[in-house]
Design a protein around this ligand. Sequence first.
Ligand SMILES: [Zn+2]
Length: 411
Amino acid sequence: MDPSREGATHETILSGLDDSALWILGNIQKHGPITITSLMEITQKPRTTLNRSIRELLDHGLIKQEGLETSTGGRPSAIFRINEDGFYTVGVELSHTNIHVLICDALLEPLWIADFAIMDKSTPDEVFSRLFEALESNLAEVVSDRRRLLGLGIGSVGPLDLERGVMLNASSFPNPGWRNLGLRSIFEDRFHVPVYIANGASAAAMCEYVHYVTSDVHNLIFLNVGVSVRCGVISGDTLLTGDGDREGAYGHLIIVPGGRPCYCGKHGCVEAYATAPAIVRAFKHEIRIGKASSLVGAKSLDKIQFADICDAARNNDGVAIEVLRDAATYMGLVMANIINVLNPQVIVLGGTVPDRFPDYFDWAVQTAQKMIYNSEQVKCQFTTPLMGHNTIAAGAAAMVLLSAMKVKSLW
Ligand SMILES: [Zn+2]
């Protein structure tokens, strides 16, 4: 099912365009800067139709002309590109500790970035009232014509009911106000624009996909490793979602039968091996069985956190390096299994664990490369997120663009 939906909201600058103009706009967004001749080849539309749509898009300030391209023997051809000030989107990442918000221009470049902490006691009303006030005043500065705001996308922790735009029983929020929260209606009622919702990992996969789209990437996987393992999959230009639009429970892929206990009640899940909490638990275990570490004595065992272990590893602490390397190896094993099943062109590994300790990324990739079936023939590119901490929010903003341009599958 499409993770998005158009709400009953104010008209936007795109509302008056016919489907043909929207389709041309989507193609300029995807392939631009581009000439009419190249657009004719891609869209198979006659020049007269293209000229009419291009004129309409220019009149609305959605695209602009950028010089001329001289082809051999032919007349110089005008080059068109998206006008970065032609339209805007808002992208929101909702996690259980923080809301990260972007106002993006038409090229998905963030113009305003802000964070709103969610404390244990914070109710949705408290957090959203701070967020809305700041967002309103910055929208007033950045988006002078409000019809140019196409919508607002939210990449959220789950579980979500995407059809109704509701965050269900999110157990990670201590305050009960976050349970069964009508996210979509809260944002629609305040901003009167279409609001689109996806799981955070799916939004991140979309962000990466939109940035790779001109390099002919149709199959891409985003893996996030922090307190959990989450995964967004784009396969054949389509975002994969399971029944009920739930994201897959990749964190509970079992990699060690009868292995470490997982909070889900099973044993041997990757979340019990590869995540930040798993690394902290493994480190403490090593100390308890008598291994020597520079951290022991500097801090009491209960107070040791993931960041401390990363710092110790950077200072060549043997136990810290060992537990981080083990965790990365398990992650690499999972990556190899996912690659074997889905054969992606690009696999993006992000999240607080590789962010804080970049060797984790390298070790995971080395393991994956060793374990992939038929590795000589697999051409999978491994990379970190292109937009860093903005990835989920920017992906939520990209979701707005794709939906507003009525791009059905992705591109
Ligand atoms: Zn589990």
